[in-house]
Design a protein around this ligand. Structure first.
Ligand code: ATP
Ligand code: MG
Length: 453
């Protein structure tokens, strides 16, 4: 993409309405534009990041055996009356009437909708287990929409729903999503700690929030000091083997959210306990027959008895993640994208577009990068070097390639790594060698995705 043609409305000054760094940088880098409180348009650069996040989320859901569907944003009030949540949900729910005066709503979540879908067709234990997910916009009329996309009113969520015959099956589904979440966030370069969360009125232990530690986090979290030194790698998950060891391994050190943490019952001695601000990027949750019972989503057991489905739900804040990623990856000059979610892999700067040799060298390298399938943003504009560097640093592409007269004469290109600031003079061939790396995380051959957990 040529920057001279790209729609990238960067702001020089800090927008006064933005209180946290990610909101500021997303506005300054021309990623989003506010439409009304908590409602945003995604501009080209922002949308590229959102799509990359979405893709990682989708790949890991698919890998875990979840199947993608797409449910509507607008739902009938009827469904929510069946579960009893229509009145309970309160003012966060956006209620609408159609021309026939039928009550509708813009979905804040989809438990009722998905239960209605499966109750018509999942009839027997032989149809189980199933995990269905979608990636769809939600609306919650939050009391305090703020921090840009982090707490929006309209936001994109991945929500998955599992259906099992019994508690043991439900735990296997829970473990599949638990492992998928570990991989999903690790692939984005994020350390999202699974923390015990408030299971709500159902009780039980099966609720975890995946939390990033960040000053901009909205709640307090409590955890074993050993988490500080613990990195969460992209773990190998063999779905044919048991997933319980993975669950045990990554819940071994205590970690709990504000609502769940009880100082009187905390197993960690006070001096080993860390308190910090946390940002929720995902939430997994087993709730049994909370919806299947009132909505009569029943399956028959091998002995012929009809029982309500055991269900769980699993959310990821897809449109919150670009903000969370920036909270975790920035410096004074701007954003520093991890490679897996960067809007472009590399930025190419022609420092002297008026110079014929520079122009030829830059156009030539641009052509080669495109031909090799490298996502490149090419600053071919007639701007000062300072403005070009500032823009590139602000938008935070992992590497920058600088074409300048001295290098062109010597047959080299300056390559700057955005995160470390390290600069090297390299040849065009070296650039291509380095940027045309094989996909770092190929999906396994099919078959590895199947089978019980
Ligand atoms: P919170 O406690 O932050 O209000 P929640 O617990 O109500 O969130 P869930 O129903 O668990 O949210 O939704 C799943 C995920 O969707 C959350 O983990 C979060 O990442 C994301 N999310 C929830 N509310 C918002 C919002 N208003 N804006 C952006 N993302 C959100
Ligand atoms: Mg939650």
């Amino acid at each position: 993409m040529r920057l001279s043609e790209y729609f990238l409305p960067v702001l020089r000054d800090n927008p006064s309405e933005a209180q946290i760094v990610s909101h500021r940088l997303m506005l300054r880098a021309g990623m989003i534009r506010q439409s009304s409180a908590g409602i945003y348009s995604w501009l080209p650069l922002g949308l590229r990041v959102l799509k990359k996040v979405e893709r990682i989320v989708r790949e890991e859901q698919d890998r875990a055996g979840a199947q993608e569907i797409l449910m509507p944003t607008i739902q009938p009030a009827e469904l929510w009356r069946e579960s009893g949540r229509y009145e309970d949900y309160g003012k966060e729910m956006l209620r609408i009437r159609d021309r026939h005066d039928r009550e509708m709503l813009y979905g804040p979540t989809n438990e009722e909708q998905v239960t209605e879908i499966v109750r018509a067709s999942l009839r027997s234990y032989r149809d189980l287990p199933k995990i269905l997910y979608h990636i769809q916009w939600k609306f919650r009329d939050e009391v305090r929409p703020r921090f840009g996309v982090m707490r929006g009113r309209e936001f994109l969520m991945k929500d998955a729903y599992s259906f099992d015959l019994d508690a043991a099956g439900a735990k296997r589904s829970y473990n599949k999503m638990f492992a998928a979440y570990l991989r999903t966030f690790a692939r984005m370069g994020l350390k999202a700690i699974p923390m015990q969360a408030d299971p709500g009125p159902i009780g039980g232990d099966l609720s975890h929030e995946f939390i990033i530690l960040a000053d901009a986090g909205e709640s307090d979290v409590f955890f074993d000091r050993r988490w500080v030194e613990t990195d969460i790698p992209v773990i190998e998950v063999d779905h044919r083997g048991g997933l319980e060891p993975i669950f045990q391994r990554w819940t071994a050190f205590y970690a709990a959210t504000d609502e769940k943490h009880d100082p009187a019952r905390c197993p960690v001695p006070e001096k080993e306990l860390v308190t910090a601000r946390g940002l929720e990027v995902g939430h997994i949750f087993h709730f049994g027959d909370k919806y299947s019972r009132p909505m009569q989503a029943l399956v028959t057991r091998p002995d012929g008895a009809a029982v309500p489905l055991q269900m769980g739900s699993y959310g990821i804040g897809v449109s919150r993640l670009p903000g969370a990623l920036i909270e975790a990856n920035h410096d004074d000059a701007g954003i520093i994208w991890p490679e897996s979610v960067a809007p472009f892999r590399v930025g190419l700067i022609n420092l002297r577009p008026a110079d014929a040799l520079c122009r030829t060298a830059a156009e030539d390298l641009y052509g080669k990068l495109l031909a090799a399938g490298v996502e490149v943003l090419y600053d071919d504009r007639d701007e000062s070097p300072g403005a070009k560097f500032a823009t590139m640093d602000l938008i935070g592409l992992p590497d920058q390639l600088v074409i300048a007269p001295r290098g062109v004469a010597a047959g080299t290109i300056e390559m700057k790594h955005r995160r470390t600031g390290e600069r090297r003079d390299v040849s065009a061939d070296e650039v291509l060698d380095q940027l045309v790396a094989p996909h770092p995380d190929p999906l396994p051959a099919s078959g590895a995705r199947e089978g019980p957990a």
